[in-house]
Structure formats: structure tokens, C-alpha cells
Write a protein that binds this ligand. Structure first.
Ligand code: SAM
Length: 219
């Protein structure tokens, strides 16, 4: 799949896939969206000292990187599993400007470490952040009662409708522990109905700038 680098309204980079007419993040701000949807509404929803996160779509590594930074700030031991079938290239990694915009010591190295980490098996990237990258199709996920939190960050239902079905959310429901939570930027009515059919209790909460609502679903 061909991809192009572009800049969102908060100045942070994203990738664009012409074939799907899809950006990897909100054009209103990639960092802003990741912080709002995944960090604030997901990661900060938990008060645990240890957490298991599953990410659907590693992509640029932005969600993983912001989570790693938070895990160090708050000393939360974080086991982070991220699924990705089409990893980005070395050139794309180098063109991402996230470390220029969020300044904490060692951040640039951390983004590179995320992309250089081995596929399969957990790698300790910091004393608090353990990353397991899995190069596979979302549809072949078969986890059971493993995760506290899922970042559901697939391309939009208009581009990949088969990733927003009751079947996909049943796989997510199985992957979560009891009381586990799934967060996503998507707030489409049909998607929320599919989540409910899979067993989730679904909540619409305020979305990031440029988007009225997002979704948080609980097992
Ligand atoms: C919206 S982007 C993810 C953005 C990412 N979370 C980030 O922070 O940059 C969706 C991702 O899903 C991946 N993808 C699309 N279809 C997939 C599939 N069937 N299985 C696994 N990965 C897939 C794409 O390559 C892309 O990286």
C-alpha cells in the first residue's frame, strides 16, 4: 500500500493512504487525538500500578510512544501488545516529527526503539514499558482474558468495514479481562450496536477537537 507523509492541524505528522483515502490519525491533530482518545479516555481511566494494553494497529507508533512516556511519568508497569500487518518503513519512521513536539528526555530514542523492537515476545524498552509487536492480521487474533485495555485504532469503517463488525468486537471482548475497557475514536451508531451485540456496555463520551464523540466500551 502506497503511503504519504502529511502534517495535521496541531503540527504533528501522520501518514495518508491514497488507496483508502484514509489518514492514520485525525487531520485536526494526531498527537491531540492520541492523547484524548487513547491516553486520557483509556490509559488514565485505570488507577492500576500494572496494566496490559492491546493496540489494534501500531502504525506510526504514536499511541505506543505516548503510552510509554506516561508509564514512566506515573510509574505504571505497562505490558503493551501491538498488532500490525503492514509496518512502516525506515524512511517513514525518520520523517515523523513527534519527538520534536513532545519534549522529555530520551523520547526520540524511545520512538526508534519501538520500531526497532523484535517482532514477537516482550522487549523491555524502559523499566516500566514492555512491548510485544505482532505482525499479523487483526482477524486472526485469538487472545483470552489477557488485557485490561484495548486501543481500537483501525482505519475508519468507511474504508475497512470488515474490521468493525460484531465478529471483530467478539474477538476483542474475549481478549479483555472482566471489567476490561475498549476505547476508539469511532462513534458511528452501527459500530456501537455491533459492540453491544458482542456483549459490551457502550458509552459515548466527548471526542477530541473536530469530533463530537468517541466511544468507550466495557466488558
Ligand atoms: C489508523 S492506523 C493505526 C494508527 C496507529 N495506532 C498510530 O498510532 O499511528 C491503522 C493501522 O492498521 C493497519 N492494518 C490495516 N489493516 C490491517 C489488518 N487487517 N491487520 C493488521 N493490521 C492492519 C495499518 O497498516 C495501519 O497501521
Amino acid at each position: 500500500m502506497k503511503r504519504e507523509i502529511s502534517t495535521t492541524s496541531d503540527g504533528s505528522s501522520t501518514l495518508f493512504v491514497p488507496e483508502l483515502d484514509e489518514h492514520y490519525h485525525s487531520v485536526h491533530g494526531a498527537i491531540q487525538e492520541s492523547n484524548h482518545v487513547f491516553i486520557d479516555a483509556g490509559y488514565h481511566f485505570f488507577k492500576n500500578s500494572e496494566i496490559n494494553v492491546l493496540e489494534i494497529g501500531l502504525g506510526t507508533g504514536l499511541n505506543a510512544w505516548l503510552t510509554a512516556i506516561e508509564s514512566t511519568k506515573k510509574s505504571i508497569k505497562t505490558y503493551y501488545t501491538s498488532i500490525e500487518k503492514y509496518p512502516i518503513t525506515e524512511e517513514e519512521i525518520q520523517s515523523l516529527n513527534y519527538p520534536d513536539l513532545v519534549t522529555t528526555n530520551g523520547n526520540k530514542d524511545l520512538l526508534l526503539k519501538i520500531h526497532k523492537a523484535n517482532w514477537e515476545g516482550f522487549t523491555a524498552l524502559t523499566p516500566c514499558f514492555f512491548l510485544r509487536k505482532m505482525k499479523q492480521d487483526f482477524k486472526s487474533i485469538a487472545f483470552k482474558n489477557e488485557f485490561d485495555l484495548i486501543y481500537y485504532d483501525a482505519f475508519a469503517p468507511s474504508a475497512q468495514p470488515n474490521l468493525w463488525t460484531t465478529h471483530m468486537f467478539s474477538l476483542m471482548f474475549k481478549a479483555l479481562k472482566e471489567n476490561g475497557v475498549l476505547v476508539t475514536y469511532c462513534a458511528k451508531g452501527q459500530v456501537k450496536r455491533n459492540m453491544k451485540s458482542a456483549g459490551f456496555t457502550v458509552e459515548a463520551i466527548p471526542g477530541p477537537p473536530g469530533k463530537r464523540e468517541m466511544t468507550r466500551a466495557k466488558k
